[in-house]
Every structure is written in structure tokens, then in C-alpha cells.
Ligand binder design. Structure first.
Ligand SMILES: NC(=O)c1ccc[n+]([C@@H]2O[C@H](COP(=O)([O-])OP(=O)(O)OC[C@H]3O[C@@H](n4cnc5c(N)ncnc54)[C@H](O)[C@@H]3O)[C@@H](O)[C@H]2O)c1
Ligand SMILES: [Fe+2]
Length: 381
């Protein structure tokens, strides 16, 4: 089968890129923006960086901010109603994965109303029409939702997060401006950055990986591991690197999929509301160790991209350990905990079954059984 690559029509990169929203809105003759953003971003003046641009060019907009972290079906359905009432003809998503994912689901349902229950969008959704045009402006350096064909919604009732995969949700424009990310506190920078590293490493080792996505993922691993400590220290070089590195990871994984670190992270997000990046960071080294035997020489290249010296003279065991150690060290250096106290013994069966059913699980290089997943969850207890 042929390999497919889908990316944004247009993307802008670098400090000050946010101004290009006006250029694009005018060039595309958009009339009114529906801005999807979350309450904290409004409070901290991050959303204002976008509305200032629209105001200065007299471009009309309305703000929708009923979006929580790990966004819910209700956030989407309320958003669909608000969009319809707004008279808007495009969406500007300003935020992390939660705002961008909600924007995608709203845009998809407005264009494909037969999916208004939201749940029916899980997995590869057979929508017929492209979503309402989205200009995506990430404010975290992690999910790369601005360049992925995925979005993740939480089903509160069933305690599940579900992944929707749909080329119709690809934002037409991505504005990747590190200045939009500079207000992130240390913990959020660290967690979202580790999410990006997890995308790059799982995307590089996933079953469908091929030369072009390997190119994206290895470059992303290199840039992220060089930049994340600096970003957490709020240094400009680190912020710039993370904005770019996370996007490049998205160019890859969106097209080939991920693995069980993500399946397990989705489950932890749904059951304990664990921030996505923290959950990914906790699971990543554990999953790397579990997968190692099914990854050929790939861990040598991961170790090399992470700056480990002398990988060419290492044995298989040595370079595999070096790659896992480098990931673990980065996670420790940026302050990610290694244990999740919320997990209870009696939850293990549900957690493992839920992770097993997650859309990211089939891409894992090693097929993980419910029992295997249970053992892996135990390692963070
Ligand atoms: N679509 C995809 O391909 C994809 C990939 C990975 C993860 N996700 C999903 O994305 C969600 C996580 O997104 P996230 O990690 O970007 O975080 P988020 O969007 O959930 O935001 C977390 C918190 O950080 C705050 N925040 C965001 N940017 C800020 C800034 N610049 N300054 C200050 N505070 C800021 C937000 O207000 C929010 O309170 C999860 O639901 C996850 O499952 C989606
Ligand atoms: Fe992720």
C-alpha cells in the first residue's frame, strides 16, 4: 500500500508569526472567526495576543472558552451550538491540545452533523466533508495538534478518552509562534515537551514507520532533547527549539501512528485526569524497555539523536539501555515524577482493558496483551 503524508496547507514558524493570522484570514476572505480557547489562556492574556491582531485589522470574532483540559463531549456539543449561533465562517484555535482538539471536533460536526453525538467519531471517522477551516495557534509545545489528523475527546460517563482520526480535521493554517508559548510555567513546559518526545519516539518505532517519517522523528528527537531543558528554564533558544521540534514530530506521527505509551496515557487522563504530558513521560521509558526487542537498531539512532556519544561501538544491549537512560534522565532533569499515587490496585483491570482498546495500541511495535499492560501500569504505582 502507498504511504500517505498529510500536512497543513500553510504553516508559519518563528517569533512574531501570530501576525500572519490576519494575512491568512484576509487572503482566504474569511468573514468572522470563532475563537476556541480555554479560560486560563484568557485569564493570562495569551488569547489576547491573537485578538489584538484581529482587532488591529478590524477582523470580526467571537470567543468560545467552555473548554477544560482533557476536553469532554459536552465541551464539543456546547461549542457546536455556540458556533452555529455565532455566524462565524472559520475557527481560530488558540491553546494547547485541549483547545485545538475541541476546535477540530466542533469544525467536523458543523460540517458533518450526522456525527453530533461525538462518540461516533471514534477511530477512523467516515466523515464526508472537510471541517470548518481552522487556523491553529498552539500555546503549548507538545501535542502538535495543529498539524495532526487526530483529536482526543473525553467521555466522562464511560471514563474513557477516545482518539478520532480524520484527515478532514487538518487545520488549513498552523501558526507556530514560540512567543505564544513563553508564558507556560515550568511544569507545563516539561510535561508538554515530554509529550512531544513521546510522539517522536513512538512515531519512530511504530509499525507503520517509513523513511520519510523516520526523517521527521529523528530530527524531532534531536531538537527536543537539545531544547527541552532550556525551554523549562524559559530561555529563548529552548522555546524556539521546542516550538519547532514538537511540530516536526507531529509531521511524522500524525501520518503513521503511535504506540502503547499513548494508549496508557489516554487511559490515565480519562480515569485520573492526569495531564497528558505527565502520563506520557511516566510511561515512555517503561514502554521503551518493554518494546526494545522489537525495534531492531532503532534505539541506537534514538541514543545518537539524544546526544549519546560512542553509539557505534556499543552492543545492542548497551545502545538500547543508553537510549532509555537518556530519556529517563531528561524526564528527571525537567522534574517529571516517576510514580502516580492515584492508581489503585482495583483499577488495574479497567485501566489495562481500556488501554488495550485504545486506537494507538495496534501501532505498538510489540503486541501488548491486557496482562502485559497491567504489569506496565504497576511500574508507575
Ligand atoms: N490532536 C493530537 O494529535 C493530540 C496529540 C497529543 C495529545 N493530545 C491531547 O491534547 C490534550 C493536552 O494538550 P496540552 O498538553 O497541550 O495541554 P492543554 O491544552 O490541556 O492545556 C493544559 C493547561 O495549560 C494551560 N496553558 C496552555 N498554554 C499555556 C500558556 N502558553 N501559558 C500558560 N498556560 C497555558 C491551559 O490553559 C490549560 O490549563 C490532551 O487531551 C491530549 O490527549 C492531542
Ligand atoms: Fe501525545
Amino acid at each position: 500500500m502507498a504511504n500517505r503524508i498529510m500536512l497543513n496547507e500553510t504553516s508559519y514558524h518563528g517569533a512574531g508569526a501570530v501576525k500572519e493570522i490576519a494575512t491568512e484570514a484576509k487572503a482566504r476572505a474569511f468573514q468572522k472567526a470563532f475563537i476556541c480557547s480555554d479560560p486560563d489562556l484568557i485569564k493570562f492574556g495569551v488569547t489576547k495576543k491573537v485578538t489584538d491582531v484581529l482587532d488591529s485589522e478590524n477582523l470580526a470574532y467571537e470567543i468560545y472558552s467552555d473548554i477544560k483540559a482533557n476536553p469532554t463531549i459536552e465541551n464539543v456539543q456546547n461549542g457546536v451550538a455556540a458556533f452555529k449561533a455565532s455566524g462565524a465562517d472559520y475557527i481560530v484555535a488558540v491553546g494547547g491540545g485541549s483547545s485545538m482538539d475541541t476546535a477540530k471536533a466542533i469544525g467536523i460536526i458543523v460540517a458533518n452533523p450526522e456525527f453530533e453525538d461525538v462518540r461516533s467519531l471514534e477511530g477512523v471517522a467516515p466523515t464526508k466533508k472537510p471541517c470548518v477551516p481552522i487556523i491553529a495557534v498552539p500555546t503549548t509545545a507538545g501535542t502538535a495538534a495543529e498539524v495532526t489528523i487526530n483529536y482526543v475527546i473525553t467521555d466522562v460517563e464511560r471514563k474513557r478518552k477516545f482518539v478520532c482520526v480524520d484527515p478532514h480535521d487538518m487545520p488549513v493554517v498552523a501558526i507556530v509562534d514560540p512567543d505564544m508559548m513563553s508564558s507556560m510555567p515550568k511544569g507545563l513546559t516539561a510535561a508538554t515537551g515530554m509529550d512531544a518526545l513521546t510522539h517522536a519516539i513512538e512515531g519512530y518505532t511504530t509499525k507503520a514507520a517509513w523513511e520519510m517519517t523516520d526523517m521527521f522523528h529523528l530530527k524531532a528527537i534531536e531538537i527536543i532533547s537539545k531544547s527541552l531543558r532550556g525551554a523549562v528554564a524559559n530561555e529563548k533558544e529552548g522555546r524556539d527549539g521546542m516550538a519547532l521540534g514538537q511540530y516536526i514530530a507531529g509531521m511524522g506521527f500524525s501520518n503513521v501512528g503511535l504506540g502503547i505509551a499513548h494508549s496508557m496515557a489516554h487511559t490515565l487522563g480519562a480515569v485520573y485526569d492526569t495531564p497528558h504530558g505527565v502520563a506520557c513521560a511516566m510511561m515512555l521509558p517503561i514502554v521503551m524497555e518493554y518494546n526494545a526487542e522489537c525495534t531492531g537498531e532503532k534505539y541506537r539512532e534514538i541514543a545518537r539523536a539524544m546526544g549519546v556519544k560512542g553509539v557505534d561501538s556499543m552492543s545492542v544491549e548497551e545502545y538500547r539501555k543508553a537510549a532509555i537512560d537518556a530519556v529517563q534522565q531528561l524526564s528527571i532533569d525537567v522534574g517529571i515524577p516517576t510514580k502516580l499515587e492515584a492508581i489503585k490496585e482495583e483499577d488495574l483491570q479497567f485501566l489495562a482493558e481500556s488501554a488495550h482498546a485504545d486506537a494507538c495500541a495496534p501501532g505498538n511495535p510489540k503486541d501488548a496483551s491486557v496482562e502485559d499492560l497491567k504489569e506496565l501500569f504497576k511500574k508507575i504505582m
